[in-house]
Design a protein around this ligand. Structure first.
Ligand code: PEP
Length: 244
């Protein structure tokens, strides 16, 4: 269960979030948990989460290690700051910051090389879905952004299916719609990396997951967890997702 805070919260708010969250998930050993705060909150999150099962992750990384890239943060920097994972290719990065399947692949490789687990996002726009192109889009994103990994690299990623029309809109995909897409993605994995890899890879659903809809989604056989924006901003609601 992973939380993507996007551009919300200060270090002080981060500390307060973890103070409330940790007792609520102290017994929650059934799920891996991660919170991905803005870069400036990572130090506060790592300190507050120390000794708990809640991992801290970045929301993005530059694929080059260092250099004259003003405003960027590299994967080794995230690792050194105490992160254990990083979200790659979120639709907001693709939409507003020009990320492509090619940069997703570069960033994923950079993250893995630095010892970070990559949470690699794919998902279709509303127009794609309405045009019946969901599977084509997922296939293109998979082929361009994930299929270029080696089997060893692939074994270390988590995939997040995030239909863009469901992110931050309150329009959650029905469990059946989400399950269908997850099945397609698992099939793509099987085709490229084999049945065992398809069986093992964790595929998270993301898009308006809330405490009142998480159970139906998690009951689907191909949905292994969730990547959550809005409902991960509040500690009690994130704990309810973890403990659904
Ligand atoms: C996200 O940011 O990845 C996301 C799924 O947001 P929300 O849960 O708010 O739709």
């Amino acid at each position: 269960m992973a939380g993507n805070w996007k551009m919300y919260k200060t270090p002080a708010e981060t500390k307060a979030f973890f103070e409330t969250l940790l007792p609520l998930v102290a017994q929650s050993t059934h799920a891996d948990m991660a919170i991905c705060p803005p870069f400036v909150d990572i130090a506060a999150a790592v300190e507050a989460a120390a000794g708990s099962r809640v991992a801290v992750g970045g929301q993005n990384c530059e694929y080059r290690k260092e250099g004259a890239y003003t405003g960027e943060i590299s994967a080794p920097m995230l690792k050194a700051a105490g992160c254990s994972c990083v979200i790659i290719g979120h639709s907001e990065r693709r939409q507003y910051y020009g990320e492509t399947d090619a940069t997703v692949l570069l960033k994923t490789k950079a993250a893995l090389e630095s010892g970070l687990q990559a949470i690699v996002c794919v998902g279709e726009l509303l127009a794609d879905r309405e045009a019946g192109k969901t599977n084509d889009v997922l296939t293109t994103q998979f082929d361009g952004g994930i299929a270029g990994l080696t089997p060893e690299e692939f074994a270390k990623i988590v995939i997040a299916y995030e239909p863009v029309w469901a992110i931050g809109t309150g329009k959650v995909a029905t469990p059946e719609i989400a399950e269908d897409a997850h099945k397609v993605i698992r099939g793509l994995v099987a085709g490229k990396f084999g049945a065992d890899a398809a069986d093992k890879v964790r595929i998270l659903y993301g898009g308006s997951v809330k405490p009142n809809n998480v159970k139906g989604l998690m009951e689907q056989p191909d949905i292994d967890g969730a990547l959550v924006g809005g409902a991960a901003l509040e500690a009690v609601s994130f704990s309810q997702l973890v403990n659904f």
